[in-house]
Design a binder for this molecule. Structure first.
Ligand SMILES: Cc1ncc(COP(=O)(O)O)c(C=O)c1O
Length: 389
């Protein structure tokens, strides 16, 4: 192919993608997958605020303000409540690698894909993951954690995922928190899927470390995560025998940037922070109680609508999440074709199953701004039309 022909093809391709992108600007997707979720217009606007330097006094005020808002969302008094550059996985990696030293034992309650990831990260940082694993669709029982704590008295921490985005199941936390505290261990909880859409009072549930991502029920952008740690957890980190094995997510270094010293650690992702802060302000305006109720009501409406279509919901009915519903694909229905029709015909994104649910289930999210009765009715109507064909 000559250089001329190649450049004509390239420019034609770019034009087409520009056109598609332009169309999406005016007809955005209805994002009903497991995240990211649609953004409130105010969150978008915040993202295009003027850039500020990472030590600009006005930027530092926004950081402080974000900490206050995050403490209210996590329902915690923890001073160390900050954002991290990076997606939810940055929160997961930071929470684990700052605590785990080579040889440390961590009990990981696994009820889906993200619990498995937690165990893998423990091992990558030289720890020993003691897996307490249940079937997809179930939750880890408190008595299982209790016996793991008995058989592994040296374990440093117990880690669980609250909202398993892979199965649509919410892990009860309160009893486990009490057991862990009685044994004087640390309790780590992943709330990437659920924070902002379900009541997770960090202090009352005796959670020592909790993290989340921006782009799901918080209603912010992807690329920024948040984490809170109490003094018990910070003391464990401060008394490590060797520094954390990654520099970038070393919370003792990052703390110096967020608090009095204000020492440069990384260039904070300003637009993402502005957007996250706006999403947190929207949560404040709505009120935590009303926000959780909205997620519950829309989740219930969706489950009723799906059942009325003759579809079967997945997982333990007692612990289904409001913000993420896993529904079985009826026999004879082509998974990919339905999702393609939803996307191309209606602009709706839903996502397929993970692991044992691959090709067998759909995952439907109602998160943050995208969690509305209108979206539920639109999706159910679209599914009804597609499945009737
Ligand atoms: C429960 C849970 N933990 C962690 C993550 C990782 O978050 P991210 O994809 O933002 O890195 C996800 C993402 O879907 C999640 O659902």
């Amino acid at each position: 192919m000559t250089r001329g022909v190649r450049s004509v093809i390239l420019s034609a391709a770019m034009t087409t993608s520009e056109q598609n992108f332009d169309q999406l600007r005016h007809q955005p997707r209805v994002l009903l997958g497991p995240g990211p979720s649609n953004l409130h217009p105010r969150v978008f606007q915040a993202m295009s605020s003027p850039v500020l330097g990472y030590l600009d006094p006005d930027f530092l005020v926004i950081m402080d303000d974000t900490m206050v808002l995050l403490r209210r969302l996590f329902q915690t008094e923890n001073e160390m409540t900050i954002t991290l550059p990076g997606t939810g996985m940055a929160g997961m990696e930071a929470a684990i690698c700052n605590v785990v030293e080579p040889g440390d034992e961590v009990i990981v309650g696994i009820h889906g894909f993200f619990g498995q990831r937690m165990a893998e990260i423990v091992e990558r940082h030289g720890g020993k993951a003691i897996r307490v694993e249940v079937e997809f669709g179930q939750v880890v029982r408190a008595d299982q954690i209790e016996s793991a704590l008995k058989s592994n008295p040296k374990a440093k921490m117990v880690a669980v995922v609250h909202g398993e985005t892979s199965s649509g199941i919410g892990q009860p936390l309160e009893q486990i928190g009490q057991l862990v505290r009685q044994q004087d261990k640390l309790f780590l909880v992943d709330t990437v899927c659920s924070l902002g859409g379900a009541d997770i009072p960090v202090d009352r549930y005796l959670i020592d470390i909790c993290y989340s991502g921006g782009q799901k029920c918080i209603g912010g952008p992807a690329g920024i995560s948040c984490i809170t740690l109490n003094d018990r957890a910070m003391r464990v980190i401060e008394s490590r025998s060797r520094p954390v094995d990654t520099w970038y997510l070393d919370l003792l270094l990052i703390r110096k940037y967020w608090f009095a010293d204000r020492v440069y650690h990384h260039t904070a992702p300003g637009p993402l922070l502005f957007a996250l802060r706006e999403a947190l302000r929207l949560i404040e305006e709505e009120g935590l109680h009303d926000r959780f109720a909205r997620h519950q009501q829309c989740g219930d409406l969706l489950k009723t609508g799906l059942t009325d279509l003759g579809l079967e919901l997945f997982g333990d009915p007692a612990n289904r999440l409001p913000m993420l519903t896993c529904v079985m694909i009826p026999g004879g229905v082509d998974d990919a074709a339905v999702r393609q029709r939803l996307l191309r015909g209606y602009g709706i994104e839903i996502v397929g199953g993970f692991g044992p649910l691959k090709g067998k289930a759909w995952r439907i999210g109602l998160m943050g701004y995208g969690c509305s009765e209108r979206n539920v009715h639109y999706l159910i109507a679209a599914l009804r039309e597609i499945l009737a064909r």
